[in-house]
Design a protein around this ligand. Sequence first.
Ligand code: KG4
Ligand code: ZN
Length: 352
Amino acid sequence: MQILVFDTSCDETSVAVTSGRKVLSNVIYSQVLLHKKWGGVVPSIAKRAHEERIDFVVEEALRKSKIKDPSSQINYIAVTQGPGLAVALEVGIKKAKELSEKYQKKLIAVNHLEGHIYSAFVQNSKGNPQRDFKFPYLALIVSGGHTEFVIFKDHLSYEIIGSTLDDASGEALDKAAKLLGLGYPGGPVLERLAHDAGNIDSHNFPRPMLRSKDLNFSFSGLKTSFYYFLKNAKTSEVGPGQNIAKTSEVKLLASSFQEAVFDTLIKKTEMAIKQTSINRLIIGGGVIANMRLRKLMRGLVKKYQGEVFFPTYKYLTGDNAAMIGVVAGYKAEKKQFVKNFDELDRIPRMSL
Ligand code: KG4
Ligand code: ZN
């Protein structure tokens, strides 16, 4: 069973060919350079870039998986329906519909967040790594758009037990980096500066929502506190136009801010482990590319004799079609196909 898959939920145009959990090819055409100078994703630019690039990305994905005749070699077509940027999602859905008509294949619609959860089980074309499912899992999604705790009960079965009330964790990192004049996306830059700082607590920024017993997050207060700190500090070292990469104060600020976000994630995850009694964790989404956060999470599960699973390969932390295809494989087994073409529409705020 081979599936041709699309994900155009935000600023990466991605197409993959998957077979069960195996990825035969996965192509990601990133738009980061187009959006960088605006300090974030610009919807109209994203839409146009997806439209201009999608045919090329399909061709590449087919070429890399050595598929010459899609009508005989592809069984299904899958696409991310949401959540994401409406005008971006539309491009992938339109192309998926077009090809499913052309090749006469059934369509499978996938929730992008399911993809981030399944990224811990994606295999390369040789079937590695071999990681068996042992339900239930406590899943934490940490991306630019989401910060959510989910109980992953069984295949395609989820229960959301906490989420952010405002900004997502990746968004908080991106906004802090922007305030420091470090560009977009902020997470990777902050990680590098924090690593060089060699000190995690030179500034004590708030750890939001830790007093509440629920599993929700809120990062906008932390962002505001960071904003006022920078405003009051008036340090000539900080801000757009400075030679930031070199200043030690910026490194310390990056490190302390990142630590405030991660410390909050860790403490809430500890609460979630205690409340659910689940000590097998899955963490997915762009922010888990961060080595400091991985280390902290490994330390946490050790304390509870548990295990933590990250996306199996680095490219699976960010947005990609491969993880969507793996979910689609399970949906195909359960015959969960799109019944009526016209009913498949993007759902920008789709939840699990
Ligand atoms: O999953 P993703 O690629 O897209 C969404 O679905 O949102 O996540 C993007 C987010 C951005 O906020 C980015 O700053 C963050 O992931 N990110 C990181 C790192 N790499 C990407 N955050 C911290 N450390 C990183 N190394
Ligand atoms: Zn994502």
